[in-house]
Design a protein around this ligand. Structure first.
Ligand SMILES: Cc1cc2nc3c(=O)[nH]c(=O)nc-3n(C[C@H](O)[C@H](O)[C@H](O)COP(=O)(O)OP(=O)(O)OC[C@H]3O[C@@H](n4cnc5c(N)ncnc54)[C@H](O)[C@@H]3O)c2cc1C
Length: 375
């Protein structure tokens, strides 16, 4: 593929973060090139569970997640694409007294932030979820929790981005970014390992687990932690349960998709690291994950598992999104490392696009600014 020599914006990373910024910017009429060291959507965005849950989010992101889920819902009309969105509502379960108290506190905070969420005692939770096991002693319910299909979303976003004129170039690892004060064609030159050089007015670091590495190319610091999350899918089955299930202890996420398969996750850690580039299953933790899933929905024990995999999830030390100007350079931006970054990306992408397009919005969201890590 012949890459353009010049673009208004070069985005590094063709996952949900990069493409969520690319779409509104391309819609506004600017030229966008997205570079990825592998195939688009081949890392965290392609490996994730697709859960869009409000209930599990921290207070700092509650208004954004609410907005983001609305954006997920509107994607078919906004961009004419199918994303497999479903909104059956979610039940967050507690299996111990300590978790029940934790859940009560979380529900109180969410209600204070205007979220539609209700606490359920044992009787109520068992009535709303007759498929729940006796281990579940309380829960909370939120009608806005849902899911989308990462497989559909990846294809859809890449297709619609290309229709809007975005150039998405695979197998181009960005290896150098230089500020060029004398150049008349762009403020930055971005070089890839394929020997390509593109000049651009803005650069966006959306490199997921590698966002820290890309930041160093710009002389900036982004302290990142990278988890190796595991996820499991079962064979298809007749309907077993009809809500998105999460856990007060953050140790389970569960849903049954329209094709009957059940997705079981919950942030259980696999083996490997981003430095070694390896990600693999830890069988002991995998078994713990399955035991908890079966305690919560006993009928899952009748199903066979078809696949378990692991993927990298980048997380900032405070687990909040990292969005805004990166380092001292104006016109260099980042969107990375949100815990639950898939669910939050549509809102974060639009907000970052607004910052790039309008000088007036640039101070918005100081709590997410990468500058918070600069001492
Ligand atoms: C197993 C698992 C389950 C998850 N489940 C959920 C969930 O249910 N709900 C939820 O909200 N979140 C979930 N997450 C988190 C979510 O997947 C991530 O937060 C989100 O996908 C991050 O998207 P991203 O675009 O920032 O990163 P990525 O999708 O990883 O994209 C970054 C891209 O940057 C590219 N890149 C890196 N370095 C360079 C370079 N130098 N040059 C060019 N390209 C480069 C990479 O190749 C990659 O394609 C889960 C994560 C995992 C791993």
């Amino acid at each position: 593929m012949d890459l353009p020599k010049v673009a208004d914006i070069v985005i590094i990373g063709a996952g949900i973060s990069g493409l969520s910024v690319a779409l509104p910017i391309a819609k506004a009429g600017l030229s966008v090139v997205v570079l990825d060291k592998g195939a688009p959507w081949s890392d965290a965005s392609g490996a994730n569970a697709g859960t869009l849950s409000i209930q599990v989010k921290r207070a700092e992101v509650l208004s954004l997640i609410h907005e983001s889920i609305e954006r997920w819902k509107r994607m078919p009309e906004d961009y004419g694409v199918e994303v497999g969105f479903g909104q059956p509502g979610g039940i967050r379960v507690a299996t111990t007294e300590a978790e029940r108290l934790q859940l009560e506190e979380s529900v109180r905070i969410q209600k204070d932030n205007g979220i539609d969420v209700q606490m359920l005692d044992r009787e109520e939770v068992q009535r709303l979820g007759p498929w729940l096991g006796p281990a579940v002693r309380a829960g909370s319910i939120c009608p806005h929790d849902g899911y989308s299909s990462p497989l559909l979303v990846g294809n859809s976003m890449v297709t619609v981005a290309r229709q809007l004129g975005v150039v998405i170039a695979s197998d181009n690892c960005v290896t150098a970014i230089k500020r060029d004060k004398t150049s008349e064609i762009g403020r930055f030159s971005i070089k890839t390992d394929k020997g390509e050089t593109i000049y651009a007015s803005h650069v966006v670091n959306a490199a997921g687990a590698w966002a820290g590495e890309v930041a160093t190319l710009l002389g900036a610091k982004l302290p990142m932690e990278v988890d190796v999350n595991m996820l499991t899918v079962t064979e298809p089955s007749s309907p077993l349960f009809d809500r998105v299930i999460t856990h007060a202890g953050g140790i389970l996420s569960l849903k049954q998709l329209p094709n009957g398969t059940c997705l079981i996750g919950g942030g259980w850690q696999g083996r490997g690291s981003v430095n070694s580039g390896t990600k693999d299953i830890d069988y002991e933790r995998f078994l713990h994950n399955m035991r908890i899933a079966v305690d919560v929905i006993p009928k899952l024990s009748n199903l066979r598992i078809t696949r378990t995999w692991a993927g990298f999830e980048a997380v900032a030390p405070d687990a909040l999104p990292v969005m805004g100007q990166l380092g001292q350079h104006e016109h260099v931006w980042t969107l990375a490392c949100a815990r639950g970054g898939y669910s939050l990306a549509p809102a974060l992408g639009v907000r970052l696009a607004q910052m790039i397009l309008s000088s007036t919005d640039r101070e918005a969201f100081p709590q997410f600014s990468p500058q918070r890590f600069v001492k």
